[in-house]
Structures are given as C-alpha cells and as structure tokens.
Design a protein around this ligand. Sequence first.
Ligand code: UD1
Ligand code: CA
Length: 456
Amino acid sequence: MTTASVILAAGYGTRMKSNLPKVLHPLAGRPLVDWVVTTGESIGDRRPVVVVGHGKELVQDLLGERVDYAEQKELLGTGHAVMQAEPVLRGQADRVVVLYSDMPLLQEATLQKLLKLYQQNEDSGQLAIAMLTIVRDDPQGFGRVIRNDEGQIQSIVEEVDCTPVQREIRELNPGIYCFNGEWLWQNLSKLEKSPKGEYYLTDMIAIATSQGWRVVGMQAPPEEVYGINDRTHLAAAASVLRQRINEQHMRAGVTIVDPASTYIEASVQIGQDTTIHPGCHLQGKTTIGSGCEIGPNSQIVECMIGDECRVLYSVLEYARMDRASEIGPFGHLRKGAHLGEEVHMGNFGEVKNSYLGPGTKMGHFSYVGDATVGKNVNLSAGIITCNYDGKNKNHTELADDVFLGSDTLLVAPVSLGVGARTGAGSVVTRDVPDGALVYGVPARPPRQKPNSEQSA
Ligand code: UD1
Ligand code: CA
C-alpha cells in the first residue's frame, strides 16, 4: 500500500496583501509551504507533488528537487488543482493524500491516524475517501459536513452555498483527505463547475456517495487545522509553532526561562542543561552545546556554539564559539568570527572573519577584522585592526602571548611575533619581531640608551 501527497499551493493568497506569494511567508524560520511539505514527506512513499501557480518560480526555487511539480495555469479551484497532479501521480500510489498549503499546524501523527482509518475501512470494499473533520463553534468560512440519518458522510457544502439549516452545522471540512488513488483519477473528471466557475474538490464526496462508495471521517484536533489567510493568522500560527519548538527543547533538557519571549527556529539544536534567557532569537542552522547561558536579549544566526559558552546581550551571525568562550554584554560576532576555547570578549567588541586563539582576552571597545590571533593574547581597550585601506581588506597576524596596549591601531597588513608588546596609543605600521616592544606613532622600538661606560 503506497501513499503519495498532493499539496495545493497555487492560490493567490490575496488577503495577505503581499508581493510575496502567501506560501512563502515565514513562520518560525520556515516558509509556510515548507512546513506542509515536511508533513507530506513524513507520510509519503515518494516525493510530494506540489501544485504551483501564482508565484511558481519562487516556490520552485525554494523547494527545488524535494518535490515534483504540477502546474495549474488557471486557478479554477481546488478540484482543478488536483487534476493537474494526475499525469504525475496516476498509477503511482494506492492512496493520495491532499493537503492545503496554508495549514502549517497539521501534525504528522494526525495524518498517520487518518491513514490508519483508511486502512481499517478499505477491506470492507468501495472506500473512496477518508477525511478529517473538526467540530468548532466558529466555522470561519469552512465547508459544512453533511451526514445522513445513519451518521454517514454524504457531502460537503461550501459556506456560500449552504441553506440556513446547513449553515448551523458545526462539523466542518478542514480540507485534508486521503483518497483511494484509482477511484480519484477515474472520477475527478466528473466534477462540474460551481456557479462561481470553480471545480470544488469537496464535490468528490457527493460523487462518491452517489455511486455507493464510502466516505469515512475522523475528528482532528481543531487547533491543528488552522488555515492562514492573512497576516494575523500567520502570527497566531507562528506562535503555536514556536511553542511546540520550545516545548521540544524543554523536554530534551533545555531551560527556557520565558518561552513566550523566546524565538527558536525549527532548525536550531541545543544541548542539555543550557539555559535560554528571555528575549533570545536563535535562527537558522544554529547549534548550541550543553551547559551554556544564552541571553538575555541576544540574536544568534547560523552559529556553532560549543559547550559552556556564555552570550549576553549580543548579536552573533555566521560565527563560531568554542568551549567556555564568552561574549558580552553588547558584543557582535560577524561572518567568519571564531572564538577559541575560553576566549573572553567583553563589552562593545566586534570580530569579523577572524580567529581568536584559546585564552585570548578582548575586554572593551575593540574591532578585530581579517585577523589571526594566537593563544593568550591580550587585546586591551580600544584595539582596532585597520584592515581596509580603501581598496583591499588586509590581514593582521598576532602570534601567541602578544600584549597590546590600550588604543593600539594595527595598520594591516601587519604581523606581531610571539610575546611582542605595544605601548598605549601605538600605531603599528610595520611587522614586530618576537618579544619586541614598540610604541608611538608610527610605532618603533625604544631608542637604544647611550652606553654609559663608553661615553665616560
Ligand atoms: C477550502 C474548501 C473548504 C474548506 C476550506 C478549509 C474547497 C472547494 N473548499 O475552501 O470546504 O473548509 O478549504 O480551509 O476545496 N488552491 C489552488 N488552486 C486553486 C484554488 C486553491 O492551488 O485554484 C489552493 C490554495 O492555494 C490553498 C488551498 O488550495 O492552499 C485551499 O484553497 P482556498 O481558496 O483557500 O479554499 P477555501 O475557500 O478556504
Ligand atoms: Ca483557505
């Protein structure tokens, strides 16, 4: 028994009032359609088929080879959208699960239950559809599920087409179905245009029952079938997804002091006994080790952070911190910054495209760019690598145990040898050998003292 999913993503999403297609709006770090495709992947035996239309290039750029595509050139309704998938899927799967791309909260477990329901019912023959339904006081424009006196599902009526009595029905159609594949492809062409000029997929239910084929339903958790139509829905769904992500981390041993103010994207990994303080944004493929203290109020994008690190009121992007290194308050790691083990960066430091070796200290107001810094280097207050000469970015090299006086400017390209030292306010324009001291502007070694014995 093979399963394939079809994800309908061709609609305009007019109510988003956006140049960006609705399905590409991000929630908790992933575009809307990505959440649904991931769910489709989890239940399918083959790649999901995404029906694209409005904004198709952008959707294809995002999803690439993860899925197969069917194009809906004219948006003639959900039934018409599924027809487009027929050439790709007919004969390819016993069961076809149709998902609407604007329902990111639907969970794999719920679909598994739907598949199970299908399986349990198919042996008794003539099973066309297993579908989810929900019961909810606020129908939110959903189609109504019509049952006969024996309680069997007969049809779905769109809200606009309801009689006053039907309108009162509170069993609703969330738009998630598992079809008998062969039956679906044989009967899809029987759909007729609605007065609005659309082919409603929901009419397949009445087509099945009128042929004596069965439709079975199962109630889904109402909070999972939340459709995104405008940006207020987007924010509400994002908050549910964030809560789910936070709960997963907490169950895995991460302390989140205030989940409501903690924004962790789906792709982030965090080790046990790490504490996330309020106001943190952890984004992209960030990994954080165990025993760290992160935040309050920090943004970390695509970073690799080792065990026992501390990040306080700081912004880190595309950077790496090794074990027990620390930054902040108010530090900035930019692309390619790499702090070795036990590096200390205090307030107002910025590091870009540079490595700081183990034990190096950079306590106050400094900028290090395009530099390689050795072990146990002391970068006092106000150090600057003058890495840009107006045309090129130049490299600075500081060997182990270098000691820089406050306010040293390193005019790159320049290198300082092991244990070299600079006086406060030095402007270093030339390389400094191992163990040497330089100071002044431009920085030079101390003048040789006159030899007192000779001059006597
Ligand atoms: C649909 C259902 C309704 C259900 C509701 C739940 C139909 C006829 N009605 O209505 O019973 O309660 O969903 O949310 O199916 N799409 C296409 N091509 C199209 C039209 C739509 O790909 O030509 C896609 C949209 O991008 C969207 C999904 O199908 O992802 C649902 O379309 P939408 O117009 O939102 O359907 P509803 O009116 O909400
Ligand atoms: Ca909808």
